[in-house]
Write a protein that binds this ligand. Sequence first.
Ligand SMILES: [Fe+2]
Ligand SMILES: [Fe+2]
Length: 272
Amino acid sequence: MHASTKTATSWTLDQVPFADVDSAQVRAQEDLFYLIAAASFVEIAADLYTDNLIRYFDGDDEIGAWLESAWRPEEVRHGHVLRDYLCHVWPEFDWQQAYSAFYADYSKLCTVEQFEASRSLEMVARCMVETGTATFYQALAALATEPVLAGIATRIRADEIGHYKYFYRFFLVYNAKEAPGRLRILGAIKRRMLEARNDDAKCALWHAFIVREAAPNKSKFNLLRAQLGQKVRRHYPLPMATKMLLKPLDLPDSVAHLLHGPMARLAARLML
Ligand SMILES: [Fe+2]
Ligand SMILES: [Fe+2]
């Protein structure tokens, strides 16, 4: 069944019907536990990242206001909803303990993170991150057999696409001013996909794993990551990812078509 047909009711992320969750059904799926936990950590930690981003776009009041009044609360809400779902289904998991340890590590990664050299390229990087989240939640919605979880994933996906559109609109504004050219834009896309951000998901997963597992070790962890990657890949919307990744390059259709294969392979790196 497609995710949208599983979630016909009209609740929002502020009023998730947790009482309707069939916990026993979800508890059997350990993979979901890890995907939800890792996503909840990274989403809530966006709070820290927002301050850096607002500072980077200092003087652009429209972006600053949107980041503060829409982006930050929406990302944090995603994290809180996922946390609440996780704690509802797996009440024995000490979410706060795992999150605190994750945050201690993540805040170090976050301060060393380099922004792109110009605002237009930073907007490209933001579009890439939103592509990663939008496609991840689409995969999660397809993976979830429990309707409330599928509904949460579908609603978060819609927010992430909204973020992408917003950042893309600002990319166009700065692209017109700075005209970085396609090669530099492609460089920003590659950097974002091949470097830094994958570490966030890995770090989040690690902290969920060491609190969850009775006897955690590196080889079990690597096995878990490989399993999760396989699972998500089976439902990963590659055409959607490729389309979103290529959009800032504004290529003629014939050239964009040639890039679909390599971009799809790169897109797979946006996942866990
Ligand atoms: Fe989010
Ligand atoms: Fe987002």
